[in-house]
Design a binder for this molecule. Structure first.
Ligand SMILES: Nc1ncnc2c1ncn2[C@@H]1O[C@H](COP(=O)(O)OP(=O)(O)OP(=O)(O)O)[C@@H](O)[C@H]1O
Ligand SMILES: [Mg+2]
Length: 615
């Protein structure tokens, strides 16, 4: 282009160098007009771009909600909305076309003027060849055409740059926090394993110009607790759930199992939480892809999860099974089915925290009950946060969180909250009507009693567990004798293998345990062996004992609690070795170890085992 441009200029200059003056004037006028035109056209183009977006948005929203629009016979309203959006866009587009045409006409007129100047410049020149004049005029026409084309294209480029401008604007938006961080590597394997959640002064603001929607929330949820979240529309319930996923970055600290979630990468955090949203978004793809997006599970696991949520039959009926294709947003599934799919996904992910944002608001009572039952069974040890407007969904929770305008107003067990007639929760329950309120109160009371019993049970189980974990002292009892030699006594339990035996007339320890003879066997009919911090043997007692001759060869090893009645216990003892039979120390040790194991595993406090220790 540049070469042909220079060629044309040279030809004109060669034929009539005076023509260079209007040529340069032409260039200057074109540049001036271009600048003048662009000042307006750029803004009009921007306006056209802005008014075009609502047309597309309205069109896609209408297509998505076509059934609803038809159901409400709102076609006309949507058509007039569409016309309105289109009118606004058309007016902007029309303005743009007008400016472009005006610019084109102006360029054409200027070009015509230039060609006229070139043509008439040859009028007085008699010695010029007609061919040269023709060449000059055609070159001038080409030149003006090139100028026009160049100016129009450069103006068009600048207009189209408004689109780039918008893209740059988007690219300047604050990016999301990192998807992975160094803290992820430091996390313990299996985090979060208990699922406790702690909010410390958590506030959330969607827009810096708007007031916060969550205001300094501070609370703790213990692992495994079932929490109901209630409150009026706009109270901040969904915002609280989105806080945990860091969809919008909150201020304050959110700790899950003691780890501040703000230090974690978004991928790590979001993978560890399961959610059943009110309006689940599914991907267009297969059932399998939606159930197991990262391909981490076997087919039978997927089928099992579908069976758990009673979706197996529905999936089988499609014919293609797990390969059945879901359309955009899962629109070929009902809302309830989509939620069940999310539930199956949650079951598969085995996360200890489950969040449900009005998960059962759109399903029939039977499916709701089924979902609740599945959650109770499958997520029994998980921490479950349930946002619900239907109070019966959360009235049997461990605790209920009542939100109001971003504040946490009440947080206690439903029954306790209902005891106070002035509580917001009581008010919400009362608003459901007399009979429903009475039913809800009954459910809350039943849940309260159940939890009380459960807590008692857990408490006693815990105590029992602690008791079992304690090393139980074993007792050696000598049936009514003062003369014996504690030659070999063995003890084996789950924690250690302790063997106490006599060697060279001394008690010695074999194994890891420390055992101490605590009472004098010569004065009592029984003495006990207990675990102590250090291994101590009353050597005097042992020495004295070993000098005596053994009149009764039996030594009974048992749990100390069981030897309350020596005479009765000796009658129930199990004779292992005949009294007259002499056996080697190794045999006794081996047998006693086996018997002690039996004793511990049976954990039967009345069982006692008798050993022959005769030498
Ligand atoms: N994406 C958002 N951008 C800006 N403001 C928002 C956004 N989402 C929610 N809000 C505002 O935050 C406040 C709390 O909304 P939120 O959705 O948490 O309420 P909610 O308790 O879940 O209500 P509902 O019971 O109707 O679901 C509302 O005032 C709402 O206008
Ligand atoms: Mg909500």
């Amino acid at each position: 282009i540049m070469l042909s441009f220079l060629g044309i200029i040279s030809v004109i200059a060669y034929l009539n160098y005076w023509l260079l003056i209007p040529t340069f004037l032409l260039a200057i006028v074109f540049v001036y007009f271009r600048r003048f035109y662009l000042a307006t056209a750029r803004d009009i183009k921007r306006l056209e771009g802005i008014t075009r977006s609502p047309v597309f948005t309205h069109l896609s929203a209408t297509l998505q909600g076509l059934t609803t629009i038809r159901a409400f016979k709102a076609q006309q309203a949507f058509i007039s909305d569409f016309d309105q959006y289109q009118d606004v866009h058309s007016s902007a587009w029309f303005l743009f076309l007008c400016t472009t045409r005006w610019f084109g006409i102006c360029l054409d007129w200027i070009s015509c003027l230039y060609i006229a100047i070139v043509t008439y410049s040859f009028l007085g020149m008699t010695d010029t060849l007609g061919g040269d004049i023709g060449l000059a005029i055609s070159s001038a026409m080409m030149l003006s055409g090139m100028f026009q084309w160049g100016v129009r294209q450069s103006a068009e480029v600048e207009n189209q740059m408004t689109s780039v401008e918008r893209v740059i604007e988007f690219s300047k938006l604050k990016p999301e926090p990192p998807l992975t961080t160094e803290k992820d590597e430091e996390l313990k394997e299996g985090w979060p394993n208990s699922g406790s959640v702690e909010f410390v002064d958590v506030s959330l603001q969607y827009d810096v110009n708007q007031p916060p929607v969550l205001k300094k929330l501070t609370f703790t949820i213990k692992s495994g607790e079932k929490i109901g979240i209630v409150g009026r529309t706009g109270a901040g319930k969904s915002s609280l759930i989105s806080c945990l996923f860091r969809l919008t970055e909150p201020s304050g600290r959110i700790l899950i199992d003691g780890v501040d979630v703000r230090q974690l990468g978004l991928h790590t955090l979001r993978k560890k939480l399961s959610i059943i949203p009110q309006d689940p978004t599914l991907f267009s793809g297969t059932f399998r892809k939606n159930l197991d997006p990262f391909s981490e599970h076997q087919d039978d696991e997927l089928w099992h999860a579908l069976e758990e949520v009673q979706l197996k039959e529905a999936v089988q009926e499609t014919g293609a099974g797990l390969e059945h294709i879901l359309s955009e947003g899962g629109s070929n599934l009902s809302v309830g089915q989509k939620q069940l799919l999310c539930l199956a996904r949650a079951i598969l992910s085995h996360n200890p925290i489950l969040l449900m944002d009005e998960a059962t608001a759109n399903v029939d009572p039977k499916t709701d009950e089924m979902i609740q039952r599945t959650i109770r069974e499958k997520f029994v040890s998980c921490t479950v946060l349930t946002v619900a407007h239907r109070l019966h969904t959360i009235v049997d929770s461990d605790r209920v969180m009542v939100m109001s305008r971003g504040h946490l107003r009440e947080f206690d067990s439903p029954h306790t909250l209902l005891q106070d007639p002035n509580s917001i929760f009581s008010e919400l329950v009362s608003q459901t009507g007399a009979s429903t309120a009475a039913h809800l109160r009954k459910l809350a009371l039943a849940a309260h009693n159940r939890h009380g019993l459960l807590l008692q049970q857990q408490d006693s189980q815990q105590k029992q567990h602690e008791k079992d974990a304690e090393p139980r002292p074993l007792q050696l009892s000598i049936p009514n004798t003062k003369n014996f030699t504690p030659l070999q006594v063995s003890r084996t339990d789950e924690n250690s293998q302790d063997v106490l035996c006599q060697k060279d007339d001394h008690l010695q320890k074999i194994g890891n345990s420390t055992i101490n003879v605590v009472s004098d066997p010569l004065d009592k009919s029984s003495f006990s062996v207990e675990e102590e911090k250090s291994f101590k043997v009353d050597e005097e007692v042992v020495a004295a004992a070993s000098n005596k001759s053994l009149s009764s060869p039996s030594v009974i090893v048992s749990n100390s609690e069981s030897i309350s009645d020596q005479s009765s216990s000796s009658s129930s003892t199990q004779k292992i070795v005949d009294q007259e039979e002499s056996i080697s120390a190794a045999t006794i040790l081996e047998r006693s170890r086996t018997c002690s194991n039996d004793h511990i595993h049976n954990n039967d406090e009345t069982q006692e085992i008798e050993y022959d220790t005769r030498f």
